[in-house]
Design a protein around this ligand. Structure first.
Ligand code: FDA
Length: 305
């Protein structure tokens, strides 16, 4: 089921036609508050009193032409202005291919540097999402280039990739901000662990590797996972090694395990909810279904209910 859903996420035909069907759009509401920036900003307000921070992502990836990248950059600039105007505890997270990485690396870097500068004015980070493994090297290169002039940038790394421990070691001297996730794409066994247990074990050992740096303030570490058992194991390890709850933060998606987000925030962990919005939700939404095929039945109930 997971592979079929990930194949559907890549299908150009389905990407073109499925989002036009209104009841398919309705089913996405579980994971996104709406398609517009205002709907996303309004949804973020509710998290303020719960002490939960926000990451915003305007959905989109793999542009057909470079002029679209300028529109995406303008959108994020407007978003940063509105975050500041509302005084939200929020940062933004972008996909490099949404800013033209497939088409022009230099232009992508310029857009990212401009956004990072604007984010820095509000004391916020600009995060780079990590896409399929064909983009790992290019995304890491972008991150290193950005870091030369902008300290306030973070990057997502995927625990399922066999290369990630080496990437972490290479990034540590830069005092990076790293969001560790399990990984959402359909990768070949030669580059990625494919069994759940292996991925969780890789995630945990990467945390063990990074936590001492985080505890010394040389790394901002985000655990981008809804796997609360895994978070508990990492928390136990950190506490056993004498580290405080501020050594790492927990990042989860809007609409997933909201009760656990509240619980962790109540227990004193820094929690961030990622709110994704926008019209180009199709591949992103399909990856969410693939993560938990039970979601397909939920979606079908929405469609027919
Ligand atoms: P796992 O899939 O094992 O789920 C643990 C439990 O969480 C499940 O049993 C279920 O209860 C719940 N759960 C998880 N996913 C769910 C879903 N879709 N619907 C309902 N319940 C669900 N990936 C990537 O490749 N590049 C990226 O840049 C990012 N960015 C990112 C940011 C943030 C803040 C998060 C939380 C995740 C990402 N991801 C990502 C996605 C990530 O790689 C991974 O696919 C998902 O987080 C699902 O894996 P879990 O770690 O949650 O564990």
């Amino acid at each position: 089921m997971r592979h079929v859903l990930l194949w559907m996420a890549r299908s150009r035909f389905l990407k073109r036609w499925l989002p036009r069907i209104w009841f398919v759009r309705r089913a996405t509401r579980r994971f996104m508050p709406g398609e517009t920036m205002e709907e996303a900003l309004d949804a973020a307000e509710a998290f303020r009193e719960r002490g939960i921070g926000i990451l915003f992502t305007h959905l989109g990836e793999n542009l057909a032409d470079l002029s679209q990248a300028q529109a995406v950059a303008d959108h994020y600039r407007d978003l940063l202005d509105k975050i500041a105007a509302r005084g939200l505890d929020a940062e933004i997270s972008v996909k490099p291919t949404q800013l033209g990485l497939d088409l022009d690396r230099a232009a992508t870097l310029t857009h990212l540097a401009n956004l990072a500068r604007q984010a820095a004015e509000g004391n916020r980070l600009l995060w780079l999402d990590m896409e399929g493994s064909a983009y790992t090297d290019a995304t890491l290169d972008l991150y290193r280039s950005l870091k030369e002039s902008q300290p306030n940038v973070g990057i997502c790394l995927q625990a399922y990739l066999r290369r990630t421990p080496a990437d972490v070691h290479a990034l540590l001297p830069l005092k990076p901000a790293i969001r560790l996730v399990k990984g959402a794409y359909d990768e070949h066994a030669s580059v990625a662990f494919r069994r759940k247990g292996e991925v969780s074990a890789a995630f945990q050992s990467l945390c063990v590797l990074m936590l001492p740096y985080a505890a010394r303030g040389e790394l901002r570490l985000g655990l981008g996972t809804h796997d609360t058992a895994l978070i508990e194991r990492v928390a136990e390890y950190a506490a056993g090694a004498g580290m405080g709850k501020e050594a790492f933060e927990v990042e989860m998606l809007y609409g997933i395990r909201a009760d656990q987000q509240l619980r962790l925030a109540g227990e004193g962990y820094r929690v961030l909810t990622l709110i994704a919005y926008g019209e180009a939700w199709y591949p992103w939404y399909m990856r969410r279904l693939a993560e938990r095929p039970a979601n397909v039945w939920f979606a079908l109930r929405q469609v027919f209910g």
